[in-house]
Design a protein around this ligand. Structure first.
Ligand SMILES: [Zn+2]
Length: 254
């Protein structure tokens, strides 16, 4: 059973026990706050698998294989990322925003042509994604799937929710669209931290076989961090592969 369903059931049970025992009012407030706290925590930390089962790494990977992922493109900076990946013989996975594909269709073509994997990151990457209805989530995913498909690839099966937010509506939408949710276990915070060295050190400390690194192909800062990271991974004899290869699951429909 998913953790959210377990928590909800436990919450209802406790509530009934409290009513029967006629406990004091602050106990109701306490369990209510705990429930709200757990639910918010669960919706913001994709690694918890609170509402949805998400793949955040391959814990069984023994060899030095790791997956770099780039969110929020295609973007002007994606070309620089692609140049570096080519230079260091690395493959990566790009979670694309539908609206960005419409702005840079040729960059998406290059990503696919160079052997990288692409996945769905919604149409608008809205800040209110966490408040979307099931049908809104589904529509954003389906429109982006259409934009991602081309002669080379069929319907994408990978989805990464914006901000890593999951909730019951996202879970319902995903169950209908049939996507696998891809999270991460190495968060670079490359859109939050300004200092490139700090970002690199943060990733470096967490590097291990089977890891999935979250980066964004939207800034020169990340491009600079990426070159340091690729040099480091190369020196550590890591193989940088796509998420489908790392997890051994399909990225596209057959
Ligand atoms: Zn994003």
């Amino acid at each position: 059973m998913l953790k959210h369903k377990f928590t909800a059931a436990l919450f209802v049970l406790l509530l009934l026990v409290f009513i029967v025992l006629n406990v004091e009012w602050w106990l109701y407030l306490l369990i209510f706050l705990v429930f709200i706290g757990l639910t918010s925590w669960g919706s913001f930390d994709i690694r918890l698998n609170y509402f949805i089962k998400a793949y955040s790494s391959n814990p069984n990977e023994k060899s030095r294989r790791i997956a770099l992922t780039f969110d929020d493109g295609p973007h002007e900076m994606t070309e620089k990322v692609l140049d570096l990946l080519l230079k260091y013989n690395a493959k990566a996975t790009f979670f694309c925003i539908g609206n960005q594909i419409e702005k840079h269709p040729e960059i998406l073509q290059r990503v696919i042509k160079e052997g990288h994997t692409v996945g769905n990151h919604t149409l608008s990457h809205s800040k209110s994604f966490g408040f979307f209805s099931t049908s809104q989530v589904k529509e954003e995913i389906e429109q982006t799937d259409t934009l991602l498909q081309n002669k080379t690839i069929k319907k994408p099966l990978f989805f990464r929710p914006p901000f890593g937010v999951t909730n019951p509506n996202v879970a319902k939408a995903i169950a209908q669209t049939g996507h696998s949710v891809i999270g991460w276990n190495i968060r670079s915070l490359d859109t939050v931290i300004d200092d490139e060295t700090k970002i690199f050190q943060r990733i470096k400390k967490k590097v291990k076989p089977g890891g999935i690194v979250l980066l964004h192909d939207t800034s020169l800062k990340t491009v600079n961090v990426l070159e340091q990271l690729l040099l480091f991974l190369q020196s550590e004899k890591y193989e940088m592969i796509t998420v489908d290869k790392l997890l051994n699951i399909s990225a596209y429909e057959n």
